[in-house]
Design a binder for this molecule. Structure first.
Ligand code: PEP
Length: 250
């Protein structure tokens, strides 16, 4: 089995041309020789210049969303083919902020993921429970339902990564314990194996996201079912992001 850790930075709606390209270059320089895969997902406006800034490095480029149609009358949207065209290899889908801010449904996320697969992109599909759902003891059933609705049948280890992001941990400085997070990751793996079979997703990577920092990354990334991190706030400072990269390989 081989699940190379993946450390992915979700810059969200942050970064202008100058500071964004400077940050990308600093990450690429500091991550030289890292034993994990590294992905940067800047806002769409920075995809082209950051592709250029990352030329000749091993850092991957990803977007934060795509539409499920290839083209057409969808003002403001971007298709999976357009992302490939500009040099992306990955796309984040179903982030809780898109589900909350844009009313994205599980079914739409599954359509987007299938479109990403068809275009040759790695779909990074996010799931996670709210605090109320956690308090009600519903975490595992909520996650199972999100996986059933958001992960298309075309998912394999080669075209899909799952990110477990408890909504209550995103941007709050709070996290589950590493053991609690690992239990959810193990549940995600078992649930998807039950549905999709073991062969196609034998090496499926499951990232943890939600207030991961250099200080808690070592514990989280040491867990057997945690295969990397999806990083928000800490991805905006090269030093913090690289601290997490270092934890992934230690
Ligand atoms: C995220 O939004 O994907 C995320 C994990 O954010 P943060 O690291 O800031 O909690």
């Amino acid at each position: 089995m081989s699940r190379t850790p993946l450390i992915a930075g979700n810059w969200k709606m942050n970064g202008l041309l100058s500071d964004g390209t400077t940050l990308a270059k600093a990450v690429a320089l500091g991550a030289k020789g890292a034993a994990c895969d590294i992905l940067i997902c800047p806002p769409a406006t920075l995809l082209a210049p950051i592709k250029e800034a990352l030329a000749g490095t091993t850092v991957h480029l990803g977007a934060q969303d795509c539409h499920w149609q290839a083209s057409g009358a969808h003002t403001g949207d971007i298709s999976a083919q357009m992302l490939v065209d500009i040099g992306c290899s990955h796309v984040i889908l179903g982030h809780s902020e898109r589900r909350a801010d844009h009313g994205e449904t599980d079914n739409q996320v599954a359509l987007k993921a299938a479109a990403a697969h068809n275009a040759g992109l790695m779909a990074l599909i996010c799931v996670g429970e709210t605090e109320a759902q956690r308090d009600a003891g519903d975490t595992m059933s909520v996650i199972s339902a999100q996986l059933d609705g958001s992960v298309p049948d075309s998912a394999t280890s080669e075209n899909t990564v799952i990110a477990y992001e408890p909504v209550w941990a995103i941007g709050t400085g709070r996290t589950p314990t590493a053991q609690e997070a690992n239990q959810v990751h193990a549940h995600i793996r078992a649930h998807l194996r039950g549905r999709l079979g073991t062969e196609g997703i034998a090496d499926l990577r499951i990232l943890y996201g939600g207030s991961m920092k250099p200080g808690n990354a070592v514990d989280l990334l040491a867990q057997p079912d945690i295969d990397g991190g999806l990083i928000g706030g800490a991805a905006l400072k090269a030093e913090d992001f690289l601290g997490i990269v270092a934890a992934a390989v230690s």
